[in-house]
Design a protein around this ligand. Structure first.
Ligand code: AHR
Length: 499
């Protein structure tokens, strides 16, 4: 067996705080992400609180979801908030034109979303409709959510069941307006963004300065630079009352050129390597984005929100292709850990990230089918990474090695560390190599204990019938005089506390 890789945690060096919001989720009105996945209705035989399924709430509470982005995605730029408030039987039924052309009942609207966010303990990240809506409509929605005084909209909210104003800590100013959000040029978007942020006001006085609503403008996806450039340029020069606090980056892992063509299960080592290699591009994408932002904002006042990311694979056979349902294997768990590590390394700029999407859609945490629920490998990584929420980044030195598969070469090992508020040191180790175990050596620690996630095969998944094929198991090693050695199974994610 190969000698253990020496890993040095530079515990005396403290980096930036890893904002808990990088562990954010995304829930769009898409397929069964909302209807079935979250919302089953008050009269459902599936246990629920006010229509929101309790098994899903309990599972999400365990991963301490910091924020949920809603209602889209592409859906957001066709969403009219008034369709989703008031008596359920009077709500407008429309066609979900983006996703499968199925009926959208609007049964899940603002009150239901806020209730869901509250039940799981997450902050709402609301995306307003810039593409087909108006600044007046968006401003009225934010007033409806946040007004505390006796205004007409605050009274209407109270009449609909919620007297107290809600907090809206994160607000998206459109979504992919270069594409499904209206195919706008960057210049056109910037003019709209200025109008929207100028007129939208948060009326909730409980939102202290540090929690002030942060407005996130649209940036680029993997292929475009102009939005980021124009938005940042406008931000630098702005003198009037509009403002933004963040800008987005969307990037999906497809394992090569668009469109998605890699299968989610039943694949081998070639596919594994192609997808993992592709996901590692995230580091370069953030570096490129950051370089543009640095030109206009060297003090890093504006943050980067990677508010759509994850694996986009081919749909599960037999499902509606517009519902974007795909299985989730150990490869997805590894992919999630690698991206979270990249965000942590860019903690100075990346303050928000939202994996797409939370339930039943793309790289999901949870699958549901009627009353059944199963947790995915990606979910388990999010649970293992809870200690990194708001922990302070600590640099780690290690030789990453090389894994080669055909023409593809990539690192074998990845590592990331942070110190939590209680002073505990946490280390994540990803053995990217799908074929061979590895081991690492650490000096100066008495013990390492935590969890390891691996699987029998490179494409192992959890199903409703076999829900624990990919599940974390505890790991604990004691140090000797020379330090401690930790074994890392092939294709695994390990998170340990070092003492
Ligand atoms: O997450 C699915 C879709 O991907 C979103 O609606 C859109 O913003 C992106 O193109």
């Amino acid at each position: 067996a190969a000698a253990p890789v020496e890993v040095t945690v530079e515990a005396a060096k403290a980096g930036d705080v890893i904002d808990r919001n990088i562990f954010g989720q995304f829930a769009e009105h898409l397929g069964t992400g909302i209807y079935g996945g979250i919302w089953v209705g008050k009269d459902s035989p599936i246990p629920n609180v006010r229509g929101i399924r309790s098994d899903v709430v309990a599972a999400l509470k365990a991963i301490k979801v910091p924020n949920v982005r809603w209602p889209g995605g592409c859906f957001a730029d066709e969403y009219h908030w008034r369709d989703g408030i008031g008596s359920a039987d009077k709500r407008r039924v429309q066609v979900n034109t983006n996703w499968g052309s199925v009926p959208e009942s609007n049964a899940f609207g603002t009150h239901e979303f806020m209730d869901f966010a509250e039940q799981i303990g997450a902050d709402p990240y609301v995306s307003v409709n810039l593409g087909s809506g108006s600044p007046a409509e968006a401003a009225a929605w934010v007033e409806y959510m946040t007004a505390e005084k006796d205004t007409t909209l605050a009274k209407e909210r109270a009449a609909n069941g919620h007297a107290a104003p809600w907090k809206v800590p994160l607000l998206g100013i459109g979504n992919e307006n270069w594409g499904c959000g209206g195919a706008m040029s960057a210049d056109h978007y910037v003019e709209e963004m200025k109008r929207f942020t100028n007129f939208i006001r948060n009326f909730n006085p409980a939102q202290r300065e540090k929690d002030k609503m942060k407005r996130i403008a649209v940036g680029w996806d993997g292929g475009k630079l102009d939005y980021t450039e124009q938005v940042m340029k406008a931000w630098k020069d702005h003198v009037y009352s509009w403002d933004i606090e963040g800008i987005s980056l969307h990037s999906y892992t497809v394992g090569g050129a668009w469109p998605p063509h890699r299968v989610a299960t039943g694949f081998g080592l070639d596919d594994y390597a192609a997808v993992i290699k592709d996901t590692l591009r995230m580091d370069q994408l953030i570096t490129t984005q950051t370089a543009i932002m640095d030109k206009y904002d060297p003090a890093k006042k504006v943050f980067l929100a990677v508010d759509e990311w994850g694996a986009w694979l081919t749909p599960t056979p037999g499902t509606n292709p517009g519902f974007l349902m795909q299985q989730n294997s150990i490869r997805d768990g590894i992919l999630a850990a690698l991206n979270l590590n990249i965000f942590a390394r860019h903690a100075d700029r990346v303050k928000v990230a939202n994996i797409a999407q939370m339930i039943n859609v793309l790289q999901a945490m949870i699958f549901t089918d009627g009353a059944k629920m199963v947790l995915t490998p990606t979910y388990h990584v999010y649970r293992m990474y809870v200690p990194f929420q708001d922990a302070r980044f600590v640099p780690v030195k290690f030789a990453a090695g090389e894994y080669v598969r055909g023409a593809i070469s990539m690192p074998k090992l990845d590592a990331m560390a942070a110190r939590d508020a209680q002073g505990h040191l946490w280390l994540s180790l990803v053995n990217i190599d799908p074929e061979a175990p590895a081991s690492i050596h650490l000096s100066g620690y008495k013990s390492a204990s935590g969890d390891v996630l691996t699987a029998p095969k490179v494409d192992s998944v959890n199903t409703f019938d076999a829900p624990s094929v990919v599940a974390p198991r505890p790991v604990s090693v004691k140090g000797k005089a020379g330090g401690l050695t930790l074994d890392l199974p092939a294709r695994s994610v390990t998170v340990v506390r070092l003492d």
